[in-house]
Write a protein that binds this ligand. Structure first.
Ligand code: NDP
Ligand code: GDR
Length: 393
C-alpha cells in the first residue's frame, strides 16, 4: 500500500518541495489549496496531474485552515498516514497588520487539525508534523537556541505559532497522538516568497545588475538570521515523522549572518560593488537624527525608543562609492524585532541523522542564478512587447 500524506500549504515554498520529495518516495500526496481569483499553483504545476487520470499521486482539495468542517471532511476522506501542517499566514511584518487572522489560521488552525484527527478516531493511524519556527525564540534569551531555550515571541505571528507549538505538545501528551514540532530556522530557495528579505534581495540585485531597477529599499539590516536551504529542511520534516516516537527538533545550520552581509554576498555573485545609504545618513553612512524624524513619521513615535539602537547601529559602508544601490526605508522596520537567531540542531543531527547539504554561499548562488534567469526572461517579454495589458484600449 502506498502511504498517503496530506500537506496543508502545498502551494507555498515548503509545500512544493515537500510534495515533490514525498512523491519521489512513492507517496500519494494530497494537498489543500485555497480558492483564489487566479491560479495559485505555480510552484507545483510541474507535479500536477489531470483529475481524469487514474492512479494520480498528487490530488488537490480546496480548503482553508480557518474552516473546521472543511478540514475535518478532507481528513476523513483522505485518511492520511501523515499530515504536514505547513499552511500559515507566514509573513512576520504582515502579521502586525492582520493579527486576528494570523491567530486564527496559524494558532487555531493547528488545533483544528489535531482535533479533527482525534474526533475521527485516527489517533493511532495519522502522524502530524507542525511547522513551528525560530520566531518562537524572539527576544534573545540564549544563543545558540536549542529545544530547551525559553520562548519569547515578538510578533502576532510568533505568538500564534506559540499556540500551535504548545497545542501540538498538549495533544501528544493528552491523547498519545504522534504529533511533532519542527522548530525550523529561516530557510529559503529560488521559490521563496518575493517579500521575504532573501528573495527581495536576490530579485532586486538581479534586476539592478540587468539595469532594470536602480535601488533596493530595505528596513533593519542589522538583524541576524540562520539561513538554510528549503530543500534540506523538508527532508528534516519527513525524517521527524519517520521516528518511532514523536518529539520536537530544532533544524538550523548553526551559522548566522546580518542582512547587510547577505546583500553583499548576493551583489558579489553578479560582480556588483554596493553602497548602502538612507534618507539622512551622514558621510560615514550612519543614520542621523533626521532619520529618527523620518522613522517617527513613517513608523510612529512609540516605536522609536525600541528601535533607537537599531537605527544608530544601522551603518552604511563604503559610502564614497558614487552608486547608491541599497537604501534604508524605515517603512520596513517592525514594531518589535527579532535581532539574533542562531540554532543548535545537534539533537536532529544525532537522532534523525539530518545534515544540511547547502551552506549560505550555496544558497545565495542558487537563488541569484535563478533570479538572474528569471529577470532575463522578463526582459525578453518586455522587449518583445508581450507584457503590456491595456483593458480599455
Ligand atoms: P509560504 O508563505 O511560502 O506558504 C504558506 C502556505 O500556506 C501557502 O500555500 C498558502 O497558500 C497557505 N495558506 C496561508 N493561509 C492559509 C489558510 N488560511 N488556509 C490554508 N492555506 C493557507 O510559507 P513557507 O512555505 O515558507 O513555510 C511553510 C510553513 O513553515 C509556514 O507555516 C511557516 O510559518 C513555517 N515556517 C517557515 C519558515 C521559513 O523560513 N520558510 C521557518 C519556520 C517555519 P497561498 O499559496 O494560497 O498563499
Ligand atoms: P523573518 O523573515 O521575519 O525572519 O520570518 P524575513 O525575511 O521577512 O525578515 C528577516 C529579517 O530581515 C529584516 N528586513 C526585512 N525583511 C523583509 N521581509 N523585507 C525588508 O525589506 C527587510 N529589511 C530588513 C527583517 O526586519 C528581519 O529582521 C521568516 C518567515 O518565513 C517566517 O514564516 C518564519 O517562521 C521565520 O522566517 C523563521
Amino acid at each position: 500500500m502506498m502511504k498517503k500524506a496530506l500537506i496543508t500549504g502545498i502551494t507555498g515554498q515548503d509545500g512544493a518541495y515537500l510534495a515533490e520529495y514525498l512523491i519521489k518516495k512513492g507517496y500519494v500526496v494530497h494537498g489543500i489549496k485555497r480558492r483564489a481569483s487566479m491560479f495559485n499553483t505555480e510552484r507545483i504545476d510541474h507535479l500536477y496531474q489531470d483529475p481524469h487520470v487514474e492512479n494520480r499521486n498528487l490530488i488537490l482539495h480546496y480548503g482553508d485552515l480557518t474552516d473546521s468542517m472543511n478540514l475535518t471532511r478532507i481528513i476523513q476522506e483522505v485518511q492520511p498516514d501523515e499530515i504536514y501542517n505547513l499552511a500559515a499566514m507566514s509573513h512576520v511584518k504582515v502579521s502586525f497588520d492582520t493579527p486576528e487572522y494570523t491567530a486564527n489560521a496559524d494558532g487555531i488552525g493547528t488545533l483544528r487539525i489535531l482535533e479533527a484527527v482525534r474526533l475521527l478516531g485516527l489517533v493511532d493511524k495519522t502522524r502530524i508534523y507542525q511547522a513551528s519556527t525560530s520566531e518562537l525564540y524572539g527576544m534573545v534569551q540564549e544563543v545558540p537556541q536549542t529545544e530547551k531555550t525559553p520562548f519569547y515571541p515578538r510578533s502576532p505571528y510568533g505568538v500564534a505559532k506559540l499556540y500551535g507549538y504548545w497545542i501540538t505538545v498538549n495533544y501528544r501528551e493528552a491523547y498519545n497522538i504522534h504529533a511533532s514540532n519542527g522548530i525550523l530556522f529561516n530557510h529559503e530557495s529560488p521559490i521563496r516568497g518575493e517579500t521575504f528579505v532573501t528573495r527581495k534581495v536576490t530579485r532586486a540585485i538581479a534586476r539592478i545588475a540587468l539595469t532594470q531597477q536602480d535601488a533596493l529599499f530595505l528596513g533593519n539590516m542589522s538583524s541576524k538570521r540562520d539561513w538554510g536551504h528549503a530543500k534540506d529542511y523538508v527532508r528534516a520534516m519527513y525524517l521527524i515523522l519517520q521516528q518511532e516516537k514523536p518529539d520536537d527538533y530544532v533544524i538550523s545550520t548553526g551559522v548566522t549572518t546580518t542582512i547587510r552581509d547577505l546583500v553583499r554576498m548576493a551583489a558579489a555573485e553578479v560582480g556588483l560593488e554596493i553602497t548602502f545609504t538612507g534618507e539622512g545618513v551622514d558621510e560615514k553612512g550612519y543614520l542621523t537624527a533626521v532619520d529618527e524624524k523620518v522613522f517617527v513619521e513613517k513608523v510612529g513615535e512609540k516605536y522609536l525608543e525600541e528601535n533607537k539602537k537599531r537605527i544608530s547601529t544601522n551603518p552604511a559602508s563604503e559610502t564614497d562609492k558614487s552608486k547608491v544601490i541599497v537604501a534604508v526605508d524605515p517603512t520596513y522596520f517592525r514594531p518589535t524585532e527579532v535581532d539574533l537567531l542562531i540554532g543548535d540542531s545537534t539533537k536532529a543531527r544525532k537522532q534523525l541523522g539530518w545534515e544540511p547539504r547547502y551552506d549560505l554561499k550555496g544558497l545565495v548562488e542558487d537563488m541569484m542564478q535563478s533570479d538572474v534567469n528569471l529577470m532575463k526572461k522578463d526582459s525578453y517579454l518586455n522587449e518583445g512587447g508581450y507584457r503590456t495589458l491595456n483593458y480599455f484600449e
